[in-house]
Design a protein around this ligand. Structure first.
Ligand code: CA
Length: 226
């Protein structure tokens, strides 16, 4: 599911946009100020940002500049009540990808969002990238990206991850993991599974000692939660 961040302080506007986007199947996260928006970009890594120009603290131009300064290429659609060309040019100069002047229609808004996601997400789909919490797991190329860190994955780590992902939100027993991944070729133990779980957690979780996504289900096994 693609995640869209709305940075806007007008609650009515946020509610309207959220409803439209959620109805279309997007995950929506919101921020009411520029600084809160920047935090959400870092922590939640949205696929697209709807950014209002007028915000209570730092304005939309500054938010946009800061996102680009951090070398993030997340697509940004700027919203503004001003229609002057000056604003439009400035928005695009600081790194926005598109620009909409309020008021706009639902149809136009959705068309712009979909167009921008189509332009930017094709390469991600080609790479078979799966988002788990703070991490992007690229099972095709055996690597994980979390913020600015990148780790490579071993064959068994990828197989284990894929098995957990196939059973997303459902526990998978250690026996099933051993059977499906190691089969009868070798003689691994439950300890082997646990070791590989720790390896995956170190790469995917913010804090591997306090996992939020690769969870231990006591007496059963493990569960992956997005
Ligand atoms: Ca505003």
């Amino acid at each position: 599911m693609q995640r869209i961040l709305i940075v806007e302080d007008e609650r009515e506007m946020v509610r309207g946009l959220r409803d439209i986007l959620e109805f279309e199947g997007y995950e929506v996260i919101t921020a009411e100020s520029g600084r809160e928006g920047l935090q959400a970009v870092t922590k939640r890594e949205p696929d697209c940002i709807i950014l209002d120009l007028m915000l209570p603290d730092i304005n939309g131009y500054q938010v946009c500049e800061e996102i680009r300064r951090q070398k993030r290429d997340t697509p940004i659609i700027m919203l503004t009540a001003k229609a002057q060309d000056y604003d439009k040019i400035r928005g695009l100069e600081v790194g926005a990808d598109d620009y909409m002047t309020k008021p706009f229609s639902v149809g136009e808004f959705l068309a712009r969002v979909k167009a921008i996601l189509r332009r930017t997400s094709r390469s991600i789909e080609d790479m078979d990238v799966i988002r788990i919490g703070p991490s992007l797991v690229d099972v095709k190329h055996f690597r994980v990206r979390r913020g600015k860190k990148e780790h490579s994955l071993s064959h068994y780590e990828v197989e284990l991850f894929k098995l957990l992902y196939e059973n997303l939100n459902q526990p998978v027993s250690r026996d099933e993991i051993l059977d499906r991944i190691w089969g009868t070729e070798s003689y691994p133990t439950n300890r082997t599974v646990d070791n590989f779980i720790v390896k995956l957690r170190r790469k995917i979780e913010d804090d591997y000692k306090d996992p939020k996504h690769i969870l231990t289900i006591y007496g059963v096994g493990y569960k992956l939660s997005p």
